[in-house]
Design a protein around this ligand. Structure first.
Ligand SMILES: Nc1ncnc2c1ncn2[C@@H]1O[C@H](COP(=O)(O)OP(=O)(O)OP(=O)(O)O)[C@@H](O)[C@H]1O
Length: 487
């Protein structure tokens, strides 16, 4: 026999079976601990049952009610009760659709989506999206908390794992949206380590929002001027008193509708003399010329006249601020002086594209004075811009309310709304061309951006506005002699 027939076996590479620690305890200790373990298990089961009932109240009530009804009364009364329930729900839907959806349908939808979409796929998606982590043989997985469906979106609360940051979730918004069959996903931070994900299924702002009736009396809250509707169905309230507003959007994005929605809502106050509008439209009056009666003064170019108007307002701001000093901190209607809104249709034409350097610098200085000092003495600027580049509006930070309508590039969203706002879901560059007037809004001091659509102010509405604001023509009453002669 040649050589040694013995071959070394390959080293054992299988994982050793992990056995729970209590298996090694002596039998008598196991016996002693058995009742404690049973009580602990029963407690866990009770907690689970409470959680399931809390998460699926409609399903649990329906199943339990159905079962008890069947045991007590039999099948026919149960079918009859079901039919009556369907009739009652139909009547409820017919009488008050809003409350039916909110308190009925969306609750059912919440439970359905939780059960069929989020719970079954949560673990796999977290692992594949690398949002779950393994450390020392233990898996750390983000916890799925409350789910609320509102039809057009699902709000899903999540508890992050230790050492995770919201940015990691923001970087995976698209992955999450596709994994859970949604059109898009937004990430909001609720409190430390708790996030809320919005899974968007449809656009509640796809239809234009009609302007409301013109109010007859002149009581307008200048801190909450309603200029449209937000995607949650609430009014879009724009702050004018104590704020400066910058509206940015590509041509055709609907800047005109934001502008005219503001004027529309201010109309009663303008008529009552509480608000004064001043306008500059460097595009030759294409926009503001549609309803000149709304303005006390309006200039249709970007030349010396427009600059003189800006300087006149800047001087007024300084003069009024000097008078208010030590007396009041913010304009109020009790002062008897009108609140002034300066509307500039294409701000860049005045402060960036103006070829005359002297005029450009004077205009820039005046606009800076009004925006930086006009808050307290009751002056608001509504500046509309197509191009948000830095050199175009170098003092964007002086505008405390920014409105981003449809934009071309993601970087423009950061320029308008500020750094990090796009990551929180404000995708103004993704607004569809088919929904002009839809915008992302951000006010200083408010963390989360909001999505809204301005009222659709049609040409017919502008005619109505013009008639409403036109100075009353006073016809001389015929004297009795003339009256008789005419007769
Ligand atoms: N809120 C809105 N709802 C529905 N349609 C709108 C809305 N706003 C604007 N539109 C429609 O979109 C088109 C472009 O609107 P608009 O002229 O206001 O855009 P713009 O941004 O002012 O454009 P430009 O910069 O060229 O003046 C118009 O046909 C208008 O009817």
């Amino acid at each position: 026999m040649k050589g040694n027939p013995w071959v070394d076996p390959a080293p054992f590479e299988g994982a050793r079976p992990r056995v729970p620690w209590w298996v090694w305890l002596p039998g008598w200790i196991k016996l002693l601990l058995a009742p404690v373990a049973l009580i602990w298990l029963a407690g866990r089961l009770a907690v689970k049952l409470v959680l399931v009932t809390g998460r699926y109240p409609v399903a649990v009530t329906a199943c339990l009610g159905g079962y008890i009804g069947y045991r007590q009364f039999g099948l026919s009364p149960l079918v009859l009760a079901l039919l009556s329930l369907v009739c009652a729900l139909t009547v409820w839907y017919g009488l008050d659709r809003g409350s039916f959806l909110r308190f009925g349908w969306y609750r059912v939808l919440t439970e359905w989506r939780r059960l069929t979409v989020y719970v079954p796929h949560w673990r796999t998606v977290m692992r594949l999206a690398e949002l779950a982590k393994d450390s020392r043989g233990r898996e750390y997985r983000p916890k799925l908390r409350r789910v609320r469906s509102e039809g057009w979106r699902d709000k899903v609360r999540v508890r992050m794992i230790p050492a995770q940051s919201p940015e990691q979730w923001e970087a995976r918004r698209d992955n999450l949206a596709h994994s859970f069959n949604a059109r898009s996903c937004r990430v909001r931070v609720l409190r430390p380590s708790v996030l809320e994900l919005d899974f968007i299924h449809s656009d509640p702002l796809s239809r234009p929002v009609a302007v409301p009736q013109l109010a007859a009396v002149g009581d307008v809250d200048l801190k909450r001027v309603v200029v449209g509707r937000t995607e949650t169905g609430k009014p879009w309230r724009l702050r004018l008193l104590g704020s400066q507003v910058l509206v940015v959007g590509v041509p055709g994005a609907g800047k005109g509708s934001v502008l005219w929605s503001i004027v529309w809502q201010l109309a009663p106050a303008i008529k009552a003399g509480m608000v004064r509008l001043v306008g500059i439209d460097p595009k030759g009056g294409m926009e503001l010329g549609q309803c000149p009666d709304a303005f006390e003064k309006v200039i249709y170019d970007n030349g010396p006249e427009a600059v003189a108007l800006l300087e006149e307002i800047a001087a007024e701001v300084k003069e009024r601020a000097a008078r208010y000093r030590g007396i009041r901190r913010l304009w109020a209607r009790g002062t008897g002086e009108p609140f002034t809104v300066l509307i500039v249709d294409e701000l860049a034409d005045l402060i960036a594209y103006q070829p005359d350097r002297n005029l450009r610098e004077r205009a820039t200085r005046a606009v800076q004075t009004i925006t930086s000092q006009g808050r307290a003495p009751g002056y608001a600027v509504v500046g509309l811009v197509q191009d948000p580049r830095k050199e175009v509006v170098s003092f964007r930070h002086l505008f405390t309310t920014r409105v981003a309508l449809r934009l071309d590039e993601p970087v423009q969203v950061d320029m308008v709304l500020g750094d990090g706002v796009r990551q929180r879901g404000a995708a103004a560059h993704e607004i569809s061309e088919n929904t002009p007037g839809v915008a992302w809004l951000k006010e200083d001091g408010q963390r989360e951006p909001e999505r809204a659509r301005a009222f659709h102010v049609t040409d017919a509405d502008l005619v109505e506005l013009g008639v409403y604001l036109a100075p009353a023509t006073v016809h001389e009453f015929p004297t009795s002699g003339e009256g008789r002669a005419a007769a």
